[in-house]
Design a protein around this ligand. Structure first.
Ligand code: R1P
Ligand code: URA
Length: 249
């Protein structure tokens, strides 16, 4: 089978059915530290890929870059390589005061305030995570004593427009937990293509905190943010292992 044009992987690159999807290519290398025998498969554009094993289960890790368009491309091409289950290992800004850096949000669904999902289906099509996978993630968070909150998030396309603060306030008042840029596209494209998806978001910006300085802290490896990232990776890997044992695939 030929290489997929963007992720540059084919069915013969990996036997994995599970994929972890960070946005940031650098996060791929940090995820590698949690896997046995990690092997870098390559990088093209924003898509850095690596495979490894967790307790005998093969896992593919591919970065999606920022936003819905590149995420949808990654999902479509990963499907061609045999991936069936995709878990986003992302970061988000908090929309609620009780969330602190390093908390993990388990997104049960997303407000699709972005463009990509609407190119696949009408805006009324729901962006929902796989319920069984989400339940497993909640159970594993309890078992591992990870500070995790399950609820809705908002995916958006814009970061620096003049009305972001007003939009954040609006969605916060509706109880939305956090803001990211990829969860809705992942969930909608995944559902339409018969794939199981989940999204784990590490809180890196507090509600009403400074976007610029908080994300700078994360890039400069702030300890709490890195702890949240380690938690979300462990959580995803435990859930994948548990899922693989249930013979669900
Ligand atoms: O850290 P990642 O996974 O890229 O996620 C978040 O960070 C980026 C913005 O800084 C957006 O992609 C947003 O969704
Ligand atoms: O509003 C925000 C904050 C952090 N990351 C996002 O994607 N959006």
């Amino acid at each position: 089978m030929s290489l997929q044009p963007h992720i540059r992987l084919s069915e013969s690159s990996t036997g994995a059915q599970y994929a972890l999807l960070p946005g940031d290519p650098q996060r791929v290398d940090r995820i590698a530290q949690f896997l046995d025998n990690p092997e870098l498969l390559g990088q093209n554009r924003e898509f850095r890929s690596l495979r490894g094993w967790y307790r005998g289960v093969e896992i593919l890790v591919v970065s999606t870059g920022i936003g819905g368009p590149s995420t949808a491309i990654a999902i479509e091409e990963l499907r061609q390589t045999g991936i069936k289950t995709l878990i986003r290992i992302g970061s988000c800004g908090a929309l609620q005061d009780f969330l602190v850096p390093g908390d993990v949000v388990i997104a049960q669904g997303a407000v699709a305030d972005e463009g990509t999902s609407k190119t696949y289906a009408p805006a009324s099509y729901p962006a929902c995570a796989d319920p069984q996978l989400t339940t497993l993630l909640i159970q594993q968070a309890k078992q591992l004593q990870i500070s995790a909150f399950c609820g809705l998030v908002r995916s958006h396309d814009s970061f620096y427009t003049d009305h972001e603060a007003a939009l954040d306030a609006e969605w916060s008042a509706r109880g939305i937990l956090g803001a990211d840029m990829e969860s809705a596209a992942l969930m909608v494209v995944g559902s339409l293509r018969g794939l199981r998806t989940a999204s784990l978001l590490n809180v890196v910006v507090t509600h009403n905190g400074s976007l610029d300085s908080s994300i700078n802290d994360f890039v400069q490896q702030d300890a709490l943010c890195l702890q949240g990232e380690a938690h979300q990776i462990s959580l995803a890997l435990h859930a994948i292992y548990s899922d693989s044992q249930q013979g669900e695939q």
